[in-house]
Ligand binder design. Sequence first.
Ligand code: BDP
Length: 695
Amino acid sequence: EDGYRLWLRYDLVNDNALLKQYRSSIQAININGNTSTVAALQKELNTGLQGLLGESISNISQPANNSIVAGTPATMKDIKAMVGADALNTCGSEGFIIKTVHFNNKNIIVIAGNTDVAVLYGGYHFLRLLQTHQHIQDLNITSVPKVKLRVLDHWDNLNRTVERGYAGISIFDWQTLPDYLDKHYTDYARANASIGINGSVLNNVNASALILTPAYLEKAAALANVFRPYGIKVYLSIKFSSPIETGGLKTADPLDKAVQEWWKKKADTIYQYIPDFGGFLVKANSEGQPGPQNYGRTHADGANMLADALTPHNGVVMWRAFVYSESDEDRFKQAYNEFKPLDGKFRSNVLVQVKNGPIDFQPREPFHPLFGAMPQTPLMLEFQLTQEYLGFATHLVFLSTLFKECLTADTYEKGAGSTVATIVDGSVENHALSGMAGVANIGNSINWTGHPFGQANWYAFGRLAWNHELNSAQIADEWIQQTFTNNPAFLDTVKTMMLLSHEILVDYMTPLGLHHIMGYGHHYGPAPWYDKGARADWNPVYFHRADAMGIGFNRTATGSNALAQYAPEVQAMYKDSNTCPDKYLLWFHHVSWNHKMHSGRTLWEELCYKYYTGADSVSWMQHAWNNMKGKIDEERFEHVKMLLAIQHKEAVWWRNACVLYFQTFSHQPIPEGYEQPEHLLAYYESLEFPFAPGH
Ligand code: BDP
């Protein structure tokens, strides 16, 4: 068990009664059609069922008693009659139905959809039911994705390094493409399809212009060919200055005719290589990347030029709103300031891609104020699965709870209930386009994600992009059962660990609304003291603002007034330091060290309490995990055990460094009963990590 099989392990069902039931209801499979997607489905069902049921299942050409019938109205003449035409009408092009029916005197499990890919999704869902030991006698499931574009963004460079990647080098081996098609590519596509991911951006947002040259397009096309049967479209990150760098033009001005023409021709060429190419992801005028503002144009000018080039081919532009420049304006406010005025100015095939929070993938952020502020523009939500600011691939953190916190946050755009999720899925404004992106945590390490539990974040992202109403406990349940075991004690303990893990990390890293106090550049470990960065807004001291009076960033009307970017109802929740929820307090307020918290403790005491509880909770996780010995394979058990020991060491490091540093402002003792830090502050400040990964 090296983790390579992810959640698609298909091991023999170890509950005998259930196995008997499954075997009697699944005696044959009837799938017709000859597309590559049908072949992929057939193969997955054959392998999956053979593994789960411990016997090979025959493929038949007509529905039979106790068989699975999978297909579309086009491939299977009775499908409509079996599930009902009306039901199919609600499924769109990707939704599926799984239903137990009695048809022509036969007991049948139907997996139906309007397209082959929809049926493939249904097939994976059916295998998930068996892997999670569900009863299959009376199935009646209809599942339709809420969001259209469910995409992984790879920050993978053409030399196979991965920006903020902690799981080895890129799985995309550009050197041997297009001739060598690594097994990883197919297994990557299977894993994605199994959770409904339907797009992959192959290269880093800090893009190389080379990606659009014929040599690389040919390589990208080879990947697209592998992914296509699984319903996955390929997208590319582009560099805005490509017309200059590889096109020989003097400018990349989006209003320049020659530039527009260059992109049109480029798009035409791309579609010759990849007929179903998804489109472009663009980081422009952000962290030094070129963009339309280099020519005095707006983000809309830039996005629209690319959108026009893609329109004839039905491609989309995912234009990122991650922008902030060196200025006196609070970094929190800058994306909103630049983008809100552009609402209504984008072509209909442009999505503006917004990170979950206003700063940058912190352990906890309030939702980005652009959600709810650009009603005329489809906003694509960007989460980060790779744990850039959350302990890399060595800390066990289940991100589903972080995702849900953002998705369920209410923007009040159209009154109560306009959650981020319903803005993103397009339902609040009736947008035709909608999307969610996850910055991938995948590399070529044998288990894909480095930390065995990193897989859960990939899994949770896919499941939530498909259906943001799923809850984290359900997702953890599914993932554990498929990835490890159905053992109830294991399930119970590990699910609890997973569900608490995010809050625990927040406690030992950035409690009470602290943010961006990690090591400079690489973001490894604590460095709240750091103030030597090239830009003020890259420095931890910019974000925590600790002084003799207190700590925190005043973003109320007496401070940067970033709060004003939210709806009045949201402002009302956060604007008073006495009623603001503790978890966001230092995001919005500079409060005194003696500020009374909801617990009755002072802020200083609460800060210590959080740091100490956080680190202690990692010991609890270790203890809980140790009790699981023998319930799963030794290999993964030991792996996680060793990683938890690192996590504990680092949690204590975070705690000690932060408490000692903030103490230099609070001038108060670490409350009685807490163990004193092992070293003096100077020791923690002296630690350097020139070779921290991922940067
Ligand atoms: C930050 C990363 C940086 C990325 C940037 C982005 O530190 O490496 O390039 O985001 O999203 O989180 O563009």
